[in-house]
Write a protein that binds this ligand. Structure first.
Ligand SMILES: [Zn+2]
Length: 273
């Protein structure tokens, strides 16, 4: 039986309930008529010119992205601004847009949980559990055997898609780590969480100078605090797309679901000095 956008929204709510989203977030339907038919869905981390073009040129009925295109208020959809141009292109092509953002971060098999699974963390639990203790932001768990910080960073390098900025590490290459905390996407707000402070290493993205430096200095003084691994924000979230696609295929038989391989990490090259 053919599916409508409304059916897709119901599946999205079953997989990634909006109740799990952070207060500041705005996941859900961005553009599209819930009554319209959906035969094909394209998944991407970001709604940017390249991924919108890809979805439209493939003739997809829906682009589902992790990041909201419209989170902060916009005051027009004029097409001399990129958000207006992208929304207009989607609307003209009858391609709807849905985002599943922090509501997809917190769940089992969500963005952070998947990284924990791929690293082989045992007994992984949320760093900030919600009412359901299996749901929440970030994950902390233990590796079966301690490994060096360098080996863990190299393992991440094989799990995540390659990006220009690679993987940055604060800590000694040969120090042993076993308790691993992590948060896909930007996770510097969790640096002070007890589960992070007590872990051997914290993996996240977008670590800026001051939060990273302060966490390392405090660890040096108190003798407790994690080494830091900073990975590409896009890469840490792209990993989730294939699982999300599989889950949607189970929910929505007969709908063709594809994942974008386009690298929407904004950085193109680095100079190693
Ligand atoms: Zn993100």
């Amino acid at each position: 039986m053919s599916k409508t956008l409304s059916d897709v929204l119901a599946a999205v709510e079953r997989l990634w309930p909006v109740s799990g989203a952070s207060e500041w977030d705005a996941p859900g339907l961005v553009t599209g008529d819930p009554a319209s038919g959906v035969e094909s869905i394209h998944l991407a981390v970001d709604a940017v010119a390249e991924t919108v073009a890809e979805a439209v040129e493939k003739g997809c009925d829906l682009l589902l992205t992790h990041h909201p295109l419209v989170l902060r208020p916009i005051h027009s959809v004029a097409e001399d601004r990129y958000k207006g141009a992208l929304l207009a292109r989607l609307i003209r092509a009858n391609c709807a847009l849905i985002t599943a953002h922090t509501n997809a971060d917190v769940v089992t098999d969500g963005v952070s949980d998947l990284i924990a699974t791929r690293l082989g963390l045992e007994d992984a639990t949320p760093i900030q559990p919600q009412a359901d203790p299996r749901v929440g932001i970030g994950r902390v768990g233990t590796l079966r055997e301690p490994i060096t910080l360098g080996a863990l960073a190299r393992q991440l390098g094989t799990i995540l898609p390659p990006t220009a900025s690679g993987i940055r590490v604060a800590g000694a290459y040969n120090q042993l780590v076993r308790t691993v905390s992590l948060c896909g996407g930007a996770g510097d707000s969790l640096l002070g969480e007890p589960a992070v402070v007590q872990s051997d290493v914290y993996i996240t993205s977008d670590l800026r100078h001051h939060p990273a430096s302060e966490a390392r200095e405090q660890a040096l003084l108190s003798g407790t605090g994690p080494a830091l691994i900073d990975v590409s924000h896009w890469a840490s979230e792209w990993l989730w797309l294939e699982t999300a696609a599989q889950q949607l295929r189970t929910e929505l038989d007969e709908v063709e679901i594809t994942v974008s391989d386009l690298r929407t990490d904004p950085w193109d090259f680095v100079i190693v000095q």
